[in-house]
Design a protein around this ligand. Structure first.
Ligand code: PMP
Length: 447
């Protein structure tokens, strides 16, 4: 700490270069021994993880072919739709028979099937919006669609921890971007006020429009957006609001309608609702839902709609079927029960970790649970220990997080049983004692 940060020859600050050397030269192989292994089964409550050869100096690691059955605390399989499902799977198989695996064309050419049209109708209806457009990839939904919503003369005000796909979209848009402190409405307001007072750079003319971009649940923080306050600000300062619900759609709200339902916000107050099908729906792709005119504009102009291959039909069918189950259109209450189970599981596990004295980030009902390690040197040992004890768990450090907020990230699923979670809590307790991870006391936990 306290060292001057100077720009180096390649534009890197030397202090950061040290960290990169540390990670790439000294810890890289060790870390990669501990995680980043091939998963060779469906990402259900339990998964088969491939064994790798042990650390041997600087040699690249090989998979041995042997597998280890682990409790899966790493996948975004929030509602348990990623593996076999009695309602979804037969329908996906039927779509595969009828329509084949590949769309083999862009949506605007020969890649639109009736199932794509049905999916867009269902998504719009689910969110209470007039229309929706889908895209073959969640990442590209942000990176390719944002440049059509913001351009020269637009101001984008973006949360400091927004996902890299949002950053890519904003950078590609040519809009002026200002970042506000993570999930801090007071700072957002300060940024808006000064940007509006200053106007566009050089000319000082008023902004053509202002777009605020936020996420429903922040994927490295497990935290819900402070949506009510931000909607207030968006109205007061006449901005558009773009909400990325990759992690919150399906997972929040009693009906799985996301963070608006969870926090009691009308979806009419969110102009552009973006989300992915890769988490709660167990498929791939993404969507944008909004007013009819907006979606029609995107259909006519977005290169990802005109020139990228459409979602594969079985993947489309998986989302349609999952949406049926979530809304009870399969004639059962399984969807509602899955969502309740997800919230119960998440809260049970979060409470268990807090009672053990772990420093856990995020909100109640959120299935994303970052568990702080702080010390980056603990990361490989912690990862290897949990893997040895049968937990598949993602550990996150620099450059995905600042060096000193190194963490594990637990993702809970409705597919986990109480016995699964109790087993994981037992391993965490042993882990805490072995690696001195008790950062909070019981009093903090009960709050
Ligand atoms: N937005 C957010 C907030 C995400 O976390 C992610 C990836 N997890 C994406 C977009 C990209 O979605 P996908 O993985 O479906 O491409």
């Amino acid at each position: 700490g306290g060292r001057a940060v100077k720009k180096g020859a390649e534009g890197y600050a030397p202090i950061r270069q040290d960290y990169e050397d540390f990670y790439t030269r000294r810890m890289y192989y060790r870390i990669h021994d501990a995680f980043n292994r091939p998963i060779c089964s469906a990402p259900d409550a339990w998964v088969d993880v491939m064994e790798r050869t042990p650390v041997d100096g600087q040699k690249p690691l090989q998979v041995t072919g042997a597998t280890k059955r682990c409790l899966n605390l790493g996948s975004y399989n929030y509602l348990g739709f990623a593996a076999q499902d009695p309602y979804c799977t037969p329908r996906v198989e039927e779509a595969l028979d009828q329509l084949g695996w590949a769309a083999a064309s862009a949506r605007a050419d020969a890649g639109t099937t009736p199932r794509h049209v049905e999916l867009e109708r269902l998504v719009a209806q689910f969110l209470g919006k007039e229309d929706a457009i889908t895209c073959g990839m969640g990442f590209a939904t942000n990176s390719a669609f944002i440049p059509l919503l913001a351009g020269k003369g637009t101001l984008v005000v973006s949360d400091a921890l927004n996902h890299s796909s949002i950053v890519a979209g904003v950078r590609g848009s040519g809009a002026k971007v200002k970042v506000f402190d993570h999930n801090d409405p007071a700072h957002l307001e300060a940024v808006l006020r000064s940007a509006i007072a200053e106007g566009q750079p050089r000319t000082g003319r008023p902004w053509k429009k202002i777009v605020i971009i936020i996420e429903g649940i922040y994927s490295m923080e497990g935290e819900m957006v402070r949506l009510k306050e931000i909607v207030e600000l968006k109205k007061r300062y006449k901005c558009y609001l773009y909400l990325d619900e990759a992690h919150s759609i399906g997972a929040l709200g009693a009906g799985g309608r996301g963070v608006c339902e969870q926090l009691g916000v009308d979806t009419a107050d969110v102009d552009i609702m973006m989300g992915t099908f890769t988490k709660s729906f167990g498929s791939c792709g993404g969507y944008i839902a909004g007013d009819r005119g907006l979606i029609q504009y995107l259909r006519c102009h977005c290169p990802a709609h005109l020139y990228a291959t459409a979602m594969s039909p079985p993947a489309v069918e998986q989302v349609i079927s999952a949406l049926h189950v979530i809304q009870g259109l399969d004639g059962s209450d399984r969807g509602k029960r899955k969502i309740r189970q997800l919230h119960d599981n998440s809260n049970y596990f979060r409470r268990g970790l807090l009672e053990q004295g772990f420093d856990v980030l995020g909100d109640w009902d959120s299935p994303v649970m970052p568990v702080m390690l702080f010390c980056p040197a603990k990361l490989p040992a912690v990862s290897r220990y949990t893997l040895e004890r049968g937990l598949a768990i993602v550990v996150v450090g620099f450059p995905a997080t600042p060096l000193l907020t190194t963490r594990m990230r637990v993702c809970i699923s409705a597919a986990h049983s109480r016995a699964d979670l109790d087993y994981a809590l037992e391993v965490f307790k042993a882990l805490r004692d072995r690696h001195h991870l008790q950062y909070c006391d019981a009093e903090t936990a009960s709050r």
